[in-house]
Design a protein around this ligand. Structure first.
Ligand SMILES: O=C(CO)[C@H](O)[C@H](O)COP(=O)(O)O
Ligand SMILES: [Co+2]
Length: 215
C-alpha cells in the first residue's frame, strides 16, 4: 500500500501560488491536488485550465485533478493536454462512467472515480477494475475546511476489502477534513492517498505539517 499526501491547492494563497508550489516542491508531498468546481455539480466555483497550466509549469510532481463538474467527459482531452496525471470524475456527474474512465486512460492519464458521502460503494462495483483510484469524499464536496464525516472510516475499510478480495491495485484516496489527528488512523484503515487542504495551508509550517501527516 502507498502512503501519499496530496495537498489541496484550494486552500493555498492564490496571490502567492508560485511560492506555494515551490513550498510543496520542497516538501514530502508527492502529489498536488487540484479541485475544479463548476458551480453546478457543487455550490461553488474554484479554478480551471489556466491555473492548472500554470501549476504544471511549477512542478514535476503528480498532478491529481478532482473534477467536481457535470459531464466531465467533455473536458478529458483538455486536461490531458495540460499534463494532468490523475483525472478523477464523480460517479454522480457522468451517465456513462465506464466509458468516461476508459476515455481518460485512452488519453494517457490515470483514471479516478469519486463518491459523495451519500453514495454507496455499490455505485462503482462494476467499474472497479477500470479505476486506477477511488476517491472517497469525507465531506460534502464544494468547500475546504469542513469537518470530517466519521462514517467514511468504515467505508474505507469496506472498499479496502473489495479491492484486496479482487486482487486489484486500485488506490484509495480520501478527501475532506483530513488533519494531523486522523491521518494515521486513515492510513491504517486502508487509505493510500490523503488529501489535505486547510490542515496544510492553514498551518504555520506547512512543510512540517505534511511530515506529521505521514507519521
Ligand atoms: O474536494 C475538496 C472539496 O470539495 C477538497 O479537496 C477538500 O475539501 C480538501 O480540503 P480540506 O482538507 O480543507 O477539507
Ligand atoms: Co478534492
Amino acid at each position: 500500500m502507498a502512503k501519499i499526501i496530496s495537498p489541496s491547492l484550494l486552500s493555498a494563497d492564490f496571490l502567492r501560488l508560485g511560492d506555494e508550489c515551490q513550498m510543496l516542491n520542497r516538501s514530502a508531498a508527492e502529489w498536488f491536488h487540484l479541485d475544479v468546481m463548476d458551480g453546478v455539480f457543487v455550490p461553488n466555483i474554484s479554478f480551471g485550465m489556466p491555473v492548472i497550466g500554470a501549476v504544471r509549469k511549477m512542478t514535476n510532481k503528480v498532478l491529481d485533478a478532482h473534477l467536481m463538474i457535470v459531464e466531465p467527459e467533455r473536458y478529458i482531452t483538455n486536461f490531458a493536454k495540460l499534463g494532468v496525471d490523475f483525472l478523477t470524475v464523480h460517479c454522480e456527474a457522468t451517465v456513462h462512467l465506464h466509458r468516461t474512465l476508459q476515455a481518460i486512460k485512452a488519453e494517457g492519464m490515470r483514471a479516478g472515480v469519486a463518491l459523495n458521502p451519500s453514495t454507496s460503494l455499490w455505485a462503482i462495483e462494476e467499474v472497479l477494475p477500470e479505476a486506477d483510484m477511488v476517491l472517497l469524499m469525507s465531506v460534502n464536496p464544494g468547500f475546504g475546511g469542513q469537518k470530517f464525516i466519521e462514517t467514511t472510516i468504515d467505508k474505507v475499510k469496506r472498499l479496502r476489502r473489495m479491492i484486496d478480495e479482487r486482487g486489484l491495485q486500485t488506490l484509495i484516496q480520501i478527501d475532506g477534513g483530513v488533519n494531523t489527528h486522523n491521518a494515521k488512523m486513515l492510513f491504517e484503515a486502508g487509505c493510500d492517498v490523503l488529501v489535505a487542504g486547510n490542515a496544510v495551508f492553514g498551518s504555520d509550517d506547512p512543510v512540517k505539517t505534511i511530515e506529521e501527516l505521514l507519521k
